[in-house]
Design a protein around this ligand. Structure first.
Ligand code: M6R
Length: 607
């Protein structure tokens, strides 16, 4: 959600901070601000470029912190933007997360004479440190005391005129990453913003804080005890954090589709022996042999990839699977019996609900295996084993390439589990492996139809309501297609299982309510054709996604986009690509910046 960037070194801080914020823009925000030690603070509502224009070259200094805000407490406004300060403007800080006891703390501080400028929960932290300093203790002791007093979640970067050559950072529930440079250090809420400066990073764990100078860093726990931790090296490249000639990250990431599959299977699928190996699961292999039940839990697009995984695992590995929104799982007293395994899927590795769900599952003794893109993220660190996507950062708020990789990893996991438990025949195993290997070329074929899909999208751009329907392996794709469309074009779209049509949704169908029908040549194809007939009989317009070679749908549907043939288990990976491109062109056709959809954030790190 909000983005944090901090710098301490020998260069001018302001341009580095502005660029850091730009790298975090994709996370979603409504205002931004920046503080440079010895120079002052500037804030602006709206985009980072507004802040940049206001700053000009006015703030000179080599230590500072900056923030993009996504409003929780208090409307988006300059006064509510971070950084926030104490009464005297001596302590400045930027915060991600929510201070849950800010109300009571604020009342106590006001009673002691503190003057608050904003309506935020964050400001209370600056005043609390200020108050603690009155005890005559050091700045770090005053900070530590404040950290022990506040409840809730925080990722914090703090600067003070008391110690102008230092920055402090702290973390509980909201990610903070430290980038170790040469004579300079960086702080960010997301490692992708640090990659252009250094690839040596240290992820803070919950309950840790650190003191930084340009040349040093020292981590501590909440008892004040020092913690030793060596930096780790991020493999992401700088190119992966740029648009590479595309207008939007979203299209760049869709177009990476074929490489996403190659990178996801890299080191896991031996193309000569046709064997799947998941060495990252070795540590839990003994337990996997005997698991009795799997619960897949996640949010948004990641959950839809899990729905595809559910079908794969039950069909091939023969383990009962349930799928559940993490936001429900965490609150509804779930029963996690011995022998239950949790699979969480998350691009960011920081989604608050997913994290809370795996913590609840672990508390009840479950084995937790996660599919995560961001190495070093909280969910990656708290899982018993992790399959990393290996696809570089996903920057577009609308998740596209992560979905492709997540489903691919589910296919590999299914084969691995099926073999481990002896539920898959060699012939089937080999067939699936060969089809996985063929996916990149097939995806390339779909991507080459971008212009054709753009034309189709332009025909549908005028509609304000859409139904997406699928069955079996394309059932989750109906949800995913609808989600993609609504989040970037603000068009009403509903995903439905085609079998549910007669139980309600068909009532909505008329000439102004088109249906996107996923009608691939699979075991439920004929059922889908019947559903399409029913829609046509009610004057509904139909855009069908069909398998190459299909000769029926051209005359039945209004428009057809063809995708290459594959086995049913993998068809979701092909069916989703035209829907991603379709959504992209409806969104851009309506004039929206699809990389920064309104009200949305890339990482949902608060509930
Ligand atoms: O980082 P995560 O994969 O855990 O994020 C989960 C969802 O917030 C995410 O997939 C969201 O639904 C996307 N905006 C969908 O495009």
């Amino acid at each position: 959600m909000c983005g944090i960037f901090g710098y301490i070194g020998k260069q001018e801080a302001a341009p580095i901070l502005i660029n850091g914020l730009k790298a975090l823009e994709y996370r979603g925000y409504d205002s931004a601000g920046l503080y440079v030690v010895g120079a002052g603070c500037v804030k602006a509502v709206g985009q980072v470029k507004n802040l940049e224009a206001k700053v000009g070259d006015g703030l000179r200094g080599s230590v500072g912190l900056a923030h993009t805000r996504w409003a929780t407490h208090g409307v988006p406004s300059e006064v509510n933007s971070h950084p926030h300060s104490d009464c005297e403007g001596k302590i400045w800080l930027a915060h991600n997360g929510i201070i849950e006891n800010y109300g009571e703390l604020k009342a106590e501080l006001i009673a002691k004479g503190h003057k608050f400028a904003s309506a935020t929960d964050t400001e209370v932290v600056a005043h609390l440190i200020e108050e603690n300093l009155k005890e005559g203790i050091s700045f770090s002791a005053a900070l530590l005391l404040a950290l022990k007093t506040i409840r809730g979640t925080y990722g914090l970067v703090i600067s003070s005129v008391h110690e102008p050559e230092k920055l402090y950072i702290a973390r509980k529930g909201s990610p903070i990453v430290l980038g170790i440079g040469d004579g300079e250090n960086f702080v960010a809420s997301d490692p992708s913003a640090i990659v252009p400066h250094t690839k040596r990073v240290i992820y803070l764990n919950d309950g840790e804080w650190a003191e930084l100078t340009a040349d040093t860093y020292q981590l501590y726990d909440l008892e004040g005890a020092p913690i030793a931790r060596e930096p780790q090296v991020i493999e992401w490249s700088v190119e992966q954090t740029k648009k590479g000639g595309y207008d939007h990250f979203m299209m760049k990431e869709i177009m990476e589709g074929d490489n996403v599959i190659k990178n996801s299977i890299r080191g896991r699928l031996n193309e000569e022996t046709l064997e799947v190996k998941l060495p990252e699961l070795d540590v839990v292999a003994d337990k996997l042999k005997d698991i009795k039940r799997i619960i897949i839990t996640s949010c948004g697009t990641a959950l839809y990839s899990g729905m595809v995984g559910e079908y794969m695992i039950e069909e091939i590995a023969k383990v009962p699977v349930e799928i559940e929104y993490a936001s429900e799982f965490r609150y509804r007293s779930p029963i996690v019996e011995p022998g239950t395994m949790i699979i969480s899927i998350t691009q960011s590795g920081e989604t608050a609900d997913t994290l809370a769900a795996i913590r609840e599952a672990k508390r009840q003794g479950a084995l937790v295996v996660s599919i995560v893109n961001t190495v070093g993220s909280t969910i990656a660190r708290e899982s018993d084993a992790v399959m990393f996507n290996q696809i570089g950062p996903e920057i577009g708020v609308a998740s596209t390439k992560a979905f492709m990789s997540q489903v691919t990893l589910f296919a590999l996991f299914t084969l691995y589990l099926g073999k481990l438990r002896g539920t898959i025949e060699t012939e089937m195993y080999t067939k699936v492996v060969q089809e996985i290997m063929a996916l990149p070329e097939k995806i390339k074929t779909i991507l080459s139809k971008e212009a054709e899909i753009k034309v189709v999208a332009s025909k549908y751009a005028k509609f304000d309501d859409f139904l997406f329907m699928g069955r079996k392996y394309t059932f989750p794709i109906a949800f995913e297609g609808a989600l993609k469309l609504k989040e970037i074009s603000y068009v009403h779209a509903e995903g439905y299982g085609a079998g549910e049509m007669k139980h309600g949704p068909i009532a909505m169908i008329d000439e102004n309510f088109p249906t996107v029908a996923l009608a691939l040549s699979d075991t439920v194809y004929e059922k889908m054709v019947s559903n399409i007939e029913e829609i046509k009989a009610r004057s509904g317009k139909v855009l069908a996604i069909a398998t190459e070679g299909n000769s029926t749908l051209a005359s039945l549907a209004d428009d057809v986009i063809y995708v290459p043939e594959t086995i049913e288990m993998l068809e979701a990976l092909l069916a989703v690509v035209p829907l991603q491109i379709f959504a992209y062109y409806i969104g851009t056709g309506r004039g929206y910046d699809v990389d920064k959809p309104r009200n949305l954030a890339k990482s949902v790190t608060v509930e």
